[in-house]
Design a binder for this molecule. Sequence first.
Ligand code: ZN
Ligand code: ZN
Length: 359
Amino acid sequence: MISKQESGRRAKAAALFDKIDALLVTKPENVRYLTGFTGSNGMLLLLRDGSATLFTDPRYTVQSKQQTDCEIVIAKGTLTKAVLKAFTKSGARNIGFEQDHLNVAQFEALKKGLTLGLELVGVSGLIENLRMAKDEGEIALIRASVIANSQALENALGRLEIGMTEAEFAAEIDYANRKLGAEGLAFDTIVAAGVRAALPHAHPGPAVIGPGMLLIDMGVFHNGYASDMTRMVHLGEPTEQYREAYAAVLEAQLAAIDAVKPGAGVVGVDKAAREVLKSHGFDKAFVHSTGHGLGLEIHENPRIGRKGKGKLETGMAITIEPGVYLEGWGGIRIEDTVLVTSTGCEILTPTSKALRVVS
Ligand code: ZN
Ligand code: ZN
């Protein structure tokens, strides 16, 4: 189905052209954002006047027609060749390319085929920055992705048993998400039991889930849009140390969420979480950023960290996910997907954050 919003996005993008007459978009998420085309092989040439041509291969002849209202070129050879032809016809002198995405081989092929007088100009983050603030349609898709992901956790927890391996429980989560309509995982599901929870990005393996803490970080794509959530469950009665650490991380997470509003600097939001953890003596145990944007990709701008840039804007979808990690003990992280609204924020993740004990 072709929707109208993509042409509006292309006009917005073209209005940002500064030193370039045209932009060759190669990153699949950016191509999708500007055209609606979801195929794996596509390039978009966007001109200053907003007109656009999508280049793809014969496998996508039907699909591209169904998904986009751009002009379509089905390339018989490489896309690069077809793109070069269009460069010459376009009248553009300076053509931007996505320097964070185009690989060296593609760049060399483009450069070699350029007509005299045409220049390639590296461009960074132009479409990514446009994608930061989501429109109503995107927000609805992120919301649906987040709700399904939360439901999948509940379904999987119904099957959790002591003695399962991390990998088995991760498979239960992935199965539950697939059954709820996820088209794929946003990242490899993290299930980390006991001391392994001290590894922020533990890969689920043969470790057996016993009494103790269990960290679960999960996210999926629904209709192209990501969800991301981390929750802790404790099998059997938790220790006092676990309760205290859990309370500290939750306090930090709530403090950061409290700081989320339009105009708030991302560094300030990160600091809000960091200050709370510091007051509990956990400042050295918080080894990553507080959060990240998400949308068509699981990690997008803005980055909510000490080195993050810029301010929050209405419509941004971000995660807030402070954690503490203590070698030889374990780790705790709590993560929600949060929407920046005109008045502050809305926590999209419906799953409770009360300390959860399963027996
Ligand atoms: Zn996560
Ligand atoms: Zn995350």
